[in-house]
Design a binder for this molecule. Structure first.
Ligand SMILES: Nc1nc2c(c(=O)[nH]1)N[C@H]1C(S)=C(S)[C@@H](COP(=O)(O)OP(=O)(O)OC[C@H]3O[C@@H](n4cnc5c(=O)[nH]c(N)nc54)[C@H](O)[C@@H]3O)O[C@H]1N2
Ligand SMILES: Nc1nc2c(c(=O)[nH]1)N[C@H]1C(S)=C(S)[C@@H](COP(=O)(O)OP(=O)(O)OC[C@H]3O[C@@H](n4cnc5c(=O)[nH]c(N)nc54)[C@H](O)[C@@H]3O)O[C@H]1N2
Ligand SMILES: [Mo]
Length: 758
C-alpha cells in the first residue's frame, strides 16, 4: 500500500541551486522584505504598517514569539516579520466571485503558495452537503448551523476545537471557556506539534513548563548554547540579542546538523556597520551533530562534569539545597558508553571535551532550543537531560542563566496560559467553575494526533479550527485528509485561504476574521488584545489598519456569538465580553494566576512579566518540591543500511504552511521547494548524483509505504547520515503513530527514508 502526497501544482522547472550563504540578514534581508511588502501592500501602506510593528502602542508582530527589548528601534521588526505582516496586510482579496469560479476540488489541487497568494478572505462562506462550491452565508446562519450540528452530537467529545498560536489571550480565554461550557476538553493546539516536549520536560523537572530566562539574562550570560534552532530564518530578532550578548562577553555554541547562515555570522541591518561591514561572527563553536544526537551530547557533558576534578565543576550547594534525585542520576550517567555517544552525535571526543572547557570556564549558562530538540521520539528525555546539565552547575534561577525554549507562533505561549490545553490542571478548572458557576469536564481531551485518530475512526465528527491550517500542518497527510473528509462539519476561522478550506467535511464553513494589524471596533469602542511572548512578558497589541473587509468579525466576536447560539442557557455573559474585552480580562484576572490587575498592568507601556517561581525565587513547584534530576536512557537511533534520517524544516520564505515565496536564500535555493539536502559523502555511498530527481520514501514499522515524489537532490554540508527537506510537502512521510514519548509530538525531525530514483 502506498500513500502519496496530495496533488500539488508544483513547478520547479526554473529552480536554481547555488552555494549556501555563510552570513545572515544585512541589506539583502531588508530589500527582500520591502520587495514583498510593496508587492502585497503598496508603498504607502507598507510605510504605515511596518512602522507600527512592536512599538509600545502598536501591534505585536505576528511573526514569532521572540520578545521586544526595552530599547526599541524605530523599526523593531525583521525581514521575516515584515513578510508576515505583508502577508496579512496584503491588498489582495478572495471574494464570492472567486469561490464561484473555483470548485472546492479544484482548490484542493492547488499549491499552498498559490492558495496563500489569493489574498484575504472577505465574507463568511459555506459549502453545503453535496455542493462543489462555497457560497456566501450570513453570520447568523453560520452560527445557527454550527449550533445545531454541535448540539446534535451524541456527546460533546465528538467535537474538536483546535487553536493555532496567533490567537490573542482574550479570544483564547473565551474559546476554551466555550468548549468547556459546551462539555469537552478537546482543545488540541499547534503546541502539540511544536513545544509540547519542552512543556512536558520542564513541568516535570522544574515545575513550570515555560522558559526561565528574560532578555536581560542573555546579555549577562557567559555561555549560550543555541541547539536545534535556525534563528536567522525563524527568529531573526534573536540575532540582534545574540550579537549584543557577544558584545557583553558571551561565547556561543551552536549545535546543529546544518551550518545555518544565521548562526555563523550576522550583519545587523539596524546599524550602519551591519550594512557595510563583515558583520559579527556569532557561533564561537559549531558542533555539527547528527540528527537526534543531543541527548548523547548533553549526557556526555554531564558525565564529564560529574567526573571532573576542576574546582567548582558542580554547584554542590545548589544541588543539596534545591534538587532531588542526584544519586540515581549520578549512578546512571557514570555508566554512559562513549562509543554510543560518538555514534549518536557523530562528533569527536575532542570536540565534546573542548565544549566542556567552555562550560567549565563559564559561570552563567543559557541553553536555547527550538524544533531541533522537540520533534523526536526521545525529545522529552533529551530536554530533561538539558535541564540536568544546567542544574549541575546551578544554572537555573540566577541572572544570566537558565532554560530558553524559543517559541514559535507569536502567542502560542499565551494561549496555553489562557487554558487552551487538552489536559487542564484541576486547579484551573476549579477556578473556572467558581468564576462562571458551571461544572467543566474533568476528563482529559484529545491532542492533535489523537484528534486525527478520532476523526479517522468516526469518533469525532465536527472539527472547528481557530486559525492555523490543520490539514497541512499535521503529519501523515493522506491519513489526516481522509480523517477531515469523513467529518460531518469542518469550520475554519481564518484570515487567508489555505488547504484546510479545500479538504473538508460534508459541510464546511469559512469564518473570516480580523488580523493583528487591523482595527477592532466593538459596541463599547476600539479594542486592543494582548499576547505573551516566549519569555512570559504580557503586552497589548493594537491594530491600526482598516479591516480587509466590512464583513469580518474579530475572533472574540466569533467565539461569543457561537457560544450564545450553541449555549443559550449558559448564564455566561458572552454579550458583555464581546462588547468590551476588559470584561474578559477581568475574568482572566480571577481565574489565571499571575494576572491580578490585568486591565491596569497591560496598559503600562511594555506590559508586565508573569511570575516564574524557579526564575524569581529558586522555588520549584514539582511533585518533590525540588528541581528533579532525571535518569534518561540513551538509545542510539540506528538507521538501516542505505537509508537516511530526514528532518523536515522551514525554508527562509515560508511561515509554517504559508509559503511566501519559492526561495531559500541562505541555503542557496531559488525558485523551487522540492529539494532534499544530503551530505556529498552519503550521496557517493548511495550512488546518487547531486542534481538527480528522486522520490522520498519513508519506512515505518506499519509496512505502509509513504512517498513524496520528485525531489531534486542537493549535495549539502549537513551531518553524515542525515537529510533535510521542507515541510509541509514532506508531512506525508511522517507516520501518524511516530510520536515523541510523553508529549505525543509527531517526530518531524527524525523520519527514516530512502531515496528512490524517479
Ligand atoms: N520566518 C518564519 N519564522 C518562524 C516560523 C516560520 O515558519 N517562518 N515558524 C515559527 C514556529 S511555529 C516555530 S515552532 C519556530 C521554529 O523555529 P526552528 O526550530 O528554528 O525551525 P525549523 O526550521 O524547524 O528548524 C529546526 C532547526 O533545528 C535543526 N535540527 C533539526 N534536528 C536537529 C537535531 O536533532 N539536533 C539539533 N541540535 N538540531 C537539529 C535544524 O537543522 C534547524 O536548524 O519558528 C517560528 N518562526
Ligand atoms: N513536518 C513538519 N510539520 C510541522 C512542523 C515541522 O517542523 N515539520 N512544525 C509544526 C509546528 S512547530 C507548528 S507551530 C505547526 C503550525 O500549525 P498551524 O498553526 O496550524 O499552521 P500555520 O501554517 O501557522 O497556519 C496558517 C494559517 O493561519 C491563518 N491565520 C493567520 N493569522 C491568523 C489570525 O490572526 N487569526 C486566525 N484566526 N487565523 C490566522 C491563516 O488562514 C493561515 O493560512 O506546524 C507543525 N507541523
Ligand atoms: Mo511552532
Amino acid at each position: 500500500m502506498t500513500r502519496q502526497a496530495p496533488a500539488d501544482d508544483f513547478d520547479d522547472t526554473g529552480m536554481r541551486v547555488s552555494e549556501p550563504k555563510t552570513w545572515a540578514a544585512g541589506v539583502p534581508g531588508v530589500t527582500a522584505a520591502l520587495r514583498q511588502s510593496y508587492d502585497q501592500m503598496g508603498v504607502r501602506r507598507t510605510a504605515l504598517t511596518l512602522l507600527r510593528v512592536n512599538q509600545k502602542r502598536g501591534f505585536d508582530c505576528p511573526g514569532c514569539a521572540w520578545p521586544e527589548g526595552d530599547h526599541r528601534h524605530v523599526a523593531e521588526f525583521c525581514e521575516n516579520g515584515a513578510k508576515a505582516v505583508a502577508e496579512e496586510a496584503t491588498a489582495r482579496r478572495v471574494t464570492r466571485e472567486f469561490f464561484a469560479a473555483h470548485t472546492v476540488g479544484e482548490l484542493a489541487e492547488r499549491s499552498d503558495h498559490w492558495l496563500g497568494q489569493q489574498g484575504r478572505l472577505t465574507e463568511p462562506m459555506i459549502k453545503r452537503a453535496g455542493s462543489a462550491h462555497y457560497e456566501p452565508v450570513s453570520w447568523d446562519e453560520a452560527f445557527g448551523l454550527l449550533a445545531s450540528e454541535l448540539t446534535a452530537l451524541d456527546s460533546p467529545d465528538e467535537a474538536v476545537f483546535y487553536t493555532s498560536g496567533r490567537t490573542s489571550n482574550e479570544a483564547a480565554f473565551a474559546y476554551q471557556l466555550f468548549a468547556r461550557a459546551f462539555g469537552t476538553n478537546n482543545l488540541p493546539d499547534c503546541s502539540n506539534m511544536c513545544h509540547e516536549s519542552s512543556g512536558s520536560a520542564l513541568g516535570e523537572t522544574i515545575g513550570i513548563g515555560k522558559g526561565s530566562v528574560l532578555l536581560d539574562d542573555l546579555y549577562k550570560a557567559d555561555l549560550i548554547f543555541v541547539v536545534g534552532q535556525n534563528p536567522g530564518t525563524n527568529h531573526p530578532r534573536m540575532l540582534s540579542a545574540l550579537e549584543q550578548a557577544k558584545k557583553e562577553g558571551a561565547r556561543i555554541v551552536a549545535v546543529n546538523p546544518l551550518p545555518e547562515a544565521g548562526l555563523m555570522r550576522f550583519k545587523n541591518p539596524q546599524r550602519p556597520s551591519g550594512v557595510t561591514g563583515r558583520g559579527t561572527a556569532l557561533a564561537d563553536r559549531f558542533l555539527q551533530i547528527r540528527l537526534n544526537g543531543d541527548l548523547a551530547l548533553f549526557q556526555a557533558l554531564n558525565r564529564m562534569l560529574l567526573e571532573s576534578d576542576a574546582p567548582g565543576a558542580l554547584d554542590r550547594e545548589f544541588l543539596d539545597a534545591h534538587t532531588h534525585g542526584f544519586e540515581a542520576f549520578d549512578k546512571h550517567v557514570r555508566g554512559l558508553d562513549w562509543d554510543d555517544v560518538l555514534e549518536a552525535t557523530g562528533l569527536t571526543r575532542g570536540e565534546i571535551a573542548a565544549t566542556l572547557g567552555d562550560v567549565l570556564a563559564s559561570k552563567r549558562i543559557v541553553v536555547c532550543w527550538a524544533m531541533g530538540l522537540t520533534q523526536h521520539r526521545n525529545s522529552v528525555p533529551t530536554i530533561r537531560e538539558v535541564v540536568n546539565f544546567l542544574l549541575l552547575r546551578g544554572n537555573i534561577g540566577r541572572p544570566g542563566a537558565g532554560v530558553c525554549p524559543v517559541r514559535g507562533h507569536s502567542n502560542v505561549q499565551g494561549d496555553r496560559t489562557m487554558g487552551i490545553y487538552e489536559k487542564p490542571r484541576p486547579e484551573f478548572l476549579d477556578a473556572l467553575a467558581a468564576e462562571f458557576a458551571f461544572e467543566p469536564p474533568r476528563e482529559h481531551g484529545l491532542d492533535t494526533v489523537d484528534a486525527i485518530r478520532a476523526m479517522r475512526d468516526g469518533k469525532a465528527k465536527v472539527f472547528f479550527g481557530m486559525g492555523g491550517n490543520f490539514v497541512r500542518a499535521t503529519p501523515d497527510s493522506a491519513v489526516t485528509e481522509r480523517a477531515l473528509r469523513s467529518c460531518r462539519l469542518t469550520a475554519q476561522v481564518s484570515t487567508k485561504l489555505n488547504r484546510s478550506h479545500a479538504v473538508t467535511g460534508e459541510l464546511a464553513l469559512i469564518l473570516p476574521t480580523l488580523g493583528r494589524t487591523e482595527r477592532d471596533e466593538q459596541a463599547s469602542g476600539p479594542q486592543f488584545v494582548s499576547v505573551e511572548d516566549s519569555m512570559g512578558m504580557v503586552h497589548a497589541s493594537r491594530g491600526r489598519l482598516a479591516p480587509a473587509s466590512e464583513h469580518l468579525l474579530s475572533e472574540v466576536a466569533i467565539v461569543c456569538r457561537l457560544a450564545k447560539a450553541t449555549l443559550p442557557g449558559s448564564g455566561i455573559g458572552w454579550d458583555a465580553m464581546e462588547r468590551d474585552y476588559d470584561v474578559i480580562r477581568d475574568h482572566v484576572s480571577r481565574v489565571v494566576p499571575g494576572f491580578a490587575d490585568y486591565n491596569a498592568r497591560v496598559r503600562e507601556p511594555g506590559g508586565f512579566t508573569l511570575p516564574h517561581a524557579p526564575r524569581d525565587e529558586r522555588r520549584f513547584p514539582t511533585a518533590t518540591g525540588k528541581a528533579n534530576l532525571t535518569v534518561n536512557e540513551l538509545e542510539v537511533l540506528r538507521v538501516p543500511e542505505g537509508r537516511l534520517l530526514l528532518q523536515t524544516v522551514r525554508s527562509h520564505d515560508q511561515y509554517n504552511t504559508t509559503i511566501y515565496g519559492l526561495d531559500d536564500r541562505y541555503r542557496g535555493i531559488k525558485a523551487g521547494r522540492r529539494v532534499v539536502f544530503v551530505n556529498p559523502d552519503d550521496l557517493s555511498a548511495l550512488g546518487v548524483a547531486d542534481g538527480a530527481t528522486v522520490d522520498l520514501v519513508s519506512e515505518w514499522s506499519d509496512g505502509v509505504e509513504r512517498r513524496a515524489p520528485a525531489f531534486r537532490v542537493v549535495a549539502y554540508p549537513t551531518a553524515r547520515g542525515c537529510a533535510a527537506a521542507y515541510f509541509p510537502e514532506t508531512n506525508v512521510l511522517v507516520p501518524l503513530d511516530s510520536t515523541a514519548e510523553v508529549s505525543n509530538t509527531p517526530t518531524s525531525k527524525s523520519v527514516i527514508i530512502r531515496l528512490v530514483p524517479g
